[in-house]
Design a protein around this ligand. Sequence first.
Ligand code: SF4
Ligand code: SF4
Length: 518
Amino acid sequence: MSKLYHFHGGIHPPSNKTQSTQRPIACAPLPSKLVIPFHQHVGNRAKPIVQIGDHVLKGQKIGQSEGQLSSAVHASTSGTVTAIDMQLVAHHSGLPDLCVTLIPDGKDEWITHNGVDYQQTSHSELRHLLRKAGVVGLGGAVFPSDLKTDARHQKITTLILNGAECEPYISCDDMLMRERALEIIRGAEIMRFMLDAAEVLIGIEDNKPEAIRAMQLAAASSGDKMKVIVVPTIYPGGGAKQLMRVLTGIEVAAGVRSTEKGVQCFNVATALTIYRAIQFGEPLLSRIVTVAGNVRQAQNFEALIGTPIDELVALCEALADTNGYIMGGPMMGMPLPGVHVPVVKATNCIIASSKKLFPPPPPAMPCIRCTRCVDVCPAELQPQDLFWFAQSKEFGRAQEFNLFDCIECGACSYVCPSHIPLVQFYRFAKSEIRVREHDKQLADQARERHEYREHRIEREKLERAERLAAKEKSAQPAVIESLTPQQQVELATLEASRAHIRELAKSEVEHTVESPGN
Ligand code: SF4
Ligand code: SF4
């Protein structure tokens, strides 16, 4: 029995998970079209490497990763590229992004792909294979996995597999662990090998008994280095820092990464994707998505990346009073700008909403400083103060109060008796700070460019003056010989005054160069 620790705060919202766990994971049928965004991950958008009219095979790379922090994008099935343009996607900004539209040919024809024996393959080659396969974290962060499995700069002792899945309605990880536990464990073995970690701790909340049994059975073959640990069900116990605290007792302070404490954390679905990428050479083309909420029959589906959400939801029959859709859970998810947006690598759940399920909140009232939000905050922040600073646009103060440690879990809003949409204020403050920092960076770069230009002009002026002086000096002897003594005296006087002026100009330039900001 492993010792468990507690994290501060947390809440117990109704889980609403049983509705979608009554049936096994179904394979969603091939949709009529696929819309695949080039930017589905943290970092730079992938660069398109196909053209309209191209026929592509399933698993063929269609977007090349750009720079170190980026990820490749692949065709989820075989078919024809019919458009590369800006389309509406699931994003907090509500802005469109560059996507490829692919019309399936119905053959689902694969590219040639092969796996490797990971134990006979170098760590750098394994990381390269993950990068090639476009593998990113499927727990929500969508951080490229090739970078997270790089342990060259930090010693990792503990690998945590996150199977907590604490947010209401979402059950894709639960069903994945029930049905594909062995593949998850094989993925965890590959990750342990890549990170050279001493142990793997798999945290699963105690409201998933079937998943716990399946994972325990699968992990038994991996020896005592792999432990399935049952953790209490509490929201947001699936947050990386919170799960790490519960499993290891390690606290990660503000601005510190878990890897600095020797711990790396992956979602269970990412482990399975890593297994398939290394063992079979399969890129990330599909994921499990929970469809729940205001539907006739909630269920989990394996859906191709790019599947239009309306086609996926149709499989569960949204009820007539559905008034919108949420991607993710009700606590941390985002309302979708439309039902035609595609499933992306981060899509773990689609909730059909209705007035009955999610009644509009009563009007927000003033903060009464009851501190209930403080009691439940897992990041041990002062949510009421952050709210005040965000509202009054005192962003510097909000940063001093560790605004960026807020994981936007919504626990504070959930308990607030004044119904203040606290998280919306934090998101607003964070985006304002980011915009201001970006603007400042641009202004600094522009100032530096201007100063460099001034410096260069002055330097060239000085060099020109010196060249001219040298030229005049070399021409002087012949000219001087042809002058009368009187003319030679006048010329010498003129030269002396010119030299004096040059000296004055030079010292002025030197002064300017030393103080470019003046
Ligand atoms: S819970 Fe709401 S009312 Fe109470 S202190 Fe926090 S923000 Fe204010
Ligand atoms: S949303 Fe942020 S401030 Fe509110 S409880 Fe969660 S971490 Fe704390």
